[in-house]
Design a protein around this ligand. Sequence first.
Ligand code: ATP
Ligand code: MG
Ligand code: FE
Length: 346
Amino acid sequence: PVVLGVESSCDETGFGIVSEGMLLGQGLASSAAQHAEFGGVVPEIAARAHLEAAVPTLRIALADAGVEAGDITHVAATSGPGLATAVHVGLAAAKSVAWALDVPLYGVHHLAGHAAADTLEHGPLPERSIVLIVSGGHTSILAVGDLVRDPIEHLGDTLDDAAGEAFDKVSRLLGLGYPGGPAISRAAVDGDPGAFTFPRALLRPGDAPFTFSFSGLKTAVARTVEKLERAGDPVPVADIAASFEQAVVDVLVTKALRAVREQDLDTLVIVGGVAANARLRAVAQERCDAAGIALRIPPPRLCTDNGAMIAAVGDLLVRGGADPSGLRIAADPSAVLHGAQLPLPR
Ligand code: ATP
Ligand code: MG
Ligand code: FE
């Protein structure tokens, strides 16, 4: 199979082409700059940007892969979760391509896409592993087997903000802009991660072992900034950014490693936009090495949203013999994660 993947759930328009687990090429456009002045993604602007970027970005992906449109044998598209207006545009584009080429269409769960991104770099996932998804809208610990055949087991989620959302909110209150993850990361390079001791939620014995909470951390950073400003003291942005980052990373890695141990597994996979974070990558590597756990994290450009990860799921579905979704599939903006494919319309 030569599978075209289409991603449009947030502010990235992504097309990727995957064959037999190999990434042949991709095209990626982002409307992030258009949302910057609003401090977050504006759904209507994102949808319009997807509409404008779709055809040029598809052309880039085809050229990058060195394939003709007629070589595509299957199309896969994010059908949820995501911003409804944004998902609709990419799904409609995918339907058009599938109809024009007369090839099958597969609706893909966006989070399964994040998990599958790693297979493009490191090959098939082991029989069973713990996947930590850390992105703009999700923070979950999953037990994952075969992405096509097995249901995905949710061990824990966040009670409030997602990790990426915490980065975005703290960035805004430090005046560092949107998207917050890369901005905080840059600011933190010159900071002391031990300068401030910010709270690590739900790490005490008796707390839900795989549940996260980041809203208290965000509030603690806000209080710290307010107190400094009230006293007329300068705000040490680099130290605050580094200390905040350290607190997030500490909780993420501690709970993910606990899940690997409790499930008696030996592989941790970290995916999603926040997995691009250098401190998270370094701390996770250090603690996995010490614990004898194999760590897999895709390269940063495959951590944030892209079309290649959706094509990777499509390729797995095709080779696993899954039924296509058909052209009637609807967007499911709040899709729950059961498996890689969204249920067929009834
Ligand atoms: P979801 O996948 O949950 O639907 P999303 O698709 O918007 O959400 P992603 O594209 O996976 O999320 O990730 C975007 C998030 O990742 C943003 O919150 C962004 O701030 C964060 N992020 C990106 N790069 C970094 C980084 N280097 N460090 C920390 N966070 C980062
Ligand atoms: Mg984005
Ligand atoms: Fe995402």
